[in-house]
Design a protein around this ligand. Sequence first.
Ligand code: GDP
Length: 440
Amino acid sequence: MFENLSERLERSFKLLKGQGKITEINVAETLKDVRRALLDADVNYKVAKQFTDTVKAKALGQNVLNAIQPGQLMVKIVHDELATLMGGDTAQVNLSGNPTVILMSGLQGSGKTTMSGKLAKKLKSEKSRRPLLVAGDVYRPAAIEQLKVLGQQIDVPVYTEEGNKNPVEIAENAIRYAKTNHYDLVIVDTAGRLAVDEQMMQEIAAIKKAVKPNETLFVVDSMTGQDAVNTAREFNERLDFDGVVLTKLDGDTRGGAALSIRTVVDKPIKFVGTGEKLDALDYFHPARMADRILGMGDIVSLVEKAQQQFDEKQARELQRKIAKNQFNFNDFLAQIEQIKKMGNLKDLASMIPGVGKAIKDVDIDDNAFKGIESIIKSMTAAERANPDIINASRRQRIAKGSGNSLQDVNRLLKQFEETRKLMRQANAIKSNPMKMMNAM
Ligand code: GDP
């Protein structure tokens, strides 16, 4: 899914790799590339432009530059904007009403009938609903037959009226039938055409008016790109539907429909179809879809965690201390505390792309800092603030007090001194405690 777009975006972000700062120039270059990638993925031109404009404004307005690298920051901004573009929060389907009536609309071949079956199956098993499928396509006997076959597979009855050519009547009768027979979910499949035509639109609008569905869904084949978006616009003008269902997302769809539809019709994508089988149906989660498009979902969470923990003021203070060689064991301890607050070490490491798989079977001790902390806590306030006074006899006392060997204490002090030197020398480490820990 969206593989091309993912690769292209990844390449765009590489432009920022190795750059120390986000500037007007490197942001512009990166975003030009991002926009091209979106257009090649068949994203609507206006949507792509609006998207990169927003990302640009956000990137240049960021002031957390000390904490994370520009490339990563850009990935996060693009991620969040992609999610917003696709609707932000996960949209819920309206299941009120008894029975709940869901009206399915869309062109022929979009996957409407298959989706009717998938929905019935999902809501039956997940929400313990008693669904009734309604065959509303009065023109194609094959369509009615197809729905009957689907119904049998999932053990859901299909309401049909042979000989009746009036889909509005059929839908009304079906709902009455559902009420008397205690079906609490009615899914009305309707006739589609190969292209938008007036008769089809009038018909489905009439069904909607008559049965007042709780949810009108527009089903569209995501492989059709900008055509999908245009069809969505036309259906929405006539039907004012409640949500979009994107089908065939399992194919090599480029992503244009998924990324443009929300902005163009201002209706949420509620479900996606990911295969021909009847359980190939998912709720649509914009943020997770953005994760997948970027192939970097885990890094996004890592950056978020880092942003939560490292505040800018603290970071600057730390930097000042390092520059003046005043970095001491109190600061060191505070840094360890912050890293610990970010969560389980193994989980953290797994968020780095590629690392998760590699350390799957490796044991990373959650108490990795315990020894270090016990040593530091056995130091007096004066020693912590001024590590230079820790002579041989003090070392022995600290080892004894903390229950560590003299060797352990010596090692920590040596590492600390080396770190301090490194920090001072490079000063590039600035406020990034992750880097400090790497140095250790
Ligand atoms: P309708 O004319 O809109 O009712 O469309 P159908 O439900 O008959 O689907 C048209 C074709 O698309 C069928 O061959 C389905 O098996 C296939 N199809 C439907 N949904 C999906 C999907 O999510 N993924 C894939 N790969 N095929 C699908």
